[in-house]
Design a protein around this ligand. Sequence first.
Ligand code: NAD
Length: 522
Amino acid sequence: MSTHFRVTYATLSADNEELQVAYDAGLRLAASWLGAVIPGYVSGEPRTGGELFTVTSPGDRSVTLGQVHSATAGDVEDAVRAARGAAARWARTPWPERVAVLRAAADLISARSNELAALMSLEVGKNRLEALGDVEEAADLIRYYCQQFEDSDGFTVPMGSLSAREQNVSVLRPYGAWAVISPFNFPMALAAGPAGAALVGGNTVILKPSPQGSFTAAKLYECFRDAGLGPDVLHLLPGGDDVGAALVAHPGVGGLTFTGSYAVGMSIYRQFAGFGYPKPVICEMGGKNPAIVSARADLDVAAAGVARSAFGLSGQKCSACSRVYVQRDVLEDFVAKLAELAGSLVVGDPTSRDAFVGPVINAESVARFERAVAHARADGEVVAGGRALRGAGALPDGYYLAPTVVTGLPADDWIFRDELFVPLVAVAPYDTLEEALVLANDTDLGLTAGFFSADPAEVDAFLGGIEAGVVYVNRAAGATTGAWPGVQPFGGWKGSGSGGKAGGGVYYVQQYLREQSRTVAS
Ligand code: NAD
């Protein structure tokens, strides 16, 4: 078994030789998997009837990860039928047994973290520590939901009763077959987290991963399977948007979790309700996350926090900071510091030891970046980066972009409004904090927001006025979503999240359950 280190987002700056050596071993193992043909799984049986699509590495387009069988309409039908068929038995399985198997799955994820992380670096371009953090978060989210079941006695609450001959109890019970549709950028945590919550609650699960995440999802599926989860309890349906859409449209799906972009999430949110009665749907969507830098901020901390948030995972975290409002007096100094940091970050092969910024996910992201840069050059100023780095220096043939800072655009420019999901941050001045808060809140989204100021009154005003689910103040490590379960949940307000009760948080797992009030007379 490989050496296992506990890497959390809080310790991502920590680095040590042993960890690197263990990742290298994981990378060798993951590399030996390349070229695999990946099926879907329905009731534990591989499904190979669907068309094959190829997954190549965004960091090196000459590397083929594997060929994946897209789920067919028949696979979707069979998976939903099987998940529904197994739902009653899994729901009746005593919760401590469900917890035991899910904890075993979490332990397998941890035990395999190096090879899973290396595979993820190859598949979606995450650097070493980010990938290890994603894997460990997947395990910890599952453990946290298990712990919540333990701490609450399986969500069983004795209630008062009017007579000694009546016993009243409130219990939380599952919905049935639950679909999980996950995005490319957290291919472990945002598949394992929702699936884990649904499963520990007694729902059966059908997982539809992002196409660019299929291989990682298949390895996640193996962790659940090898931990002893019954074959009817979890089904894997790889494929594109059409497979997700088929699950959304299927009346047999009792509940659904989607994590991905705003437009898709909103259409799913509207559509999923339309089956005669309300069904639970959890949509975690995009961000256009601001940071505000006051004249009273430590500008080094602010620049470090913004750089880390804006350029980590090449700007492709839902938590990424993509717009900064800076008090006018310190605008020039702040921009100079941020531009210097942007220029100093190592862009490189995400499996290499020193890369901080890996590739973006695909050619569309590069095109989106180039459109934004051209616009900024025409109407504002590009003060750092602004280039695609394909073919540059020693970089492999991947979708590498230079961390980019733009200024001089009006605060109502589309660059301040649209989620671009690339390593580009736009900076604009403000005069009063009130004005900055209006600018920061002037969006349909509300995932993360940051503030930098040494003035406690300003900090209070920010915390009281900002409309976002995850906020941070004076944090040199920048934006975080999912710092750690029970420590900092990740969930959006407004168009960033349907429930405002997010993964890792104390109110999350309950969303996969419905209350039944039981009165039993003797
Ligand atoms: P995406 O919306 O393109 O795809 C997400 C998933 O939905 C994929 O599995 C995709 O195949 C599927 N899908 C697409 N269209 C569908 C449809 N019509 N019906 C059903 N399923 C469909 O998103 P992405 O590019 O994979 O991920 C990036 C986005 O995810 C960003 O907007 C980011 O902010 C967001 N995100 C949000 C959070 C959060 O916690 N709020 C976390 C991570 C990512």
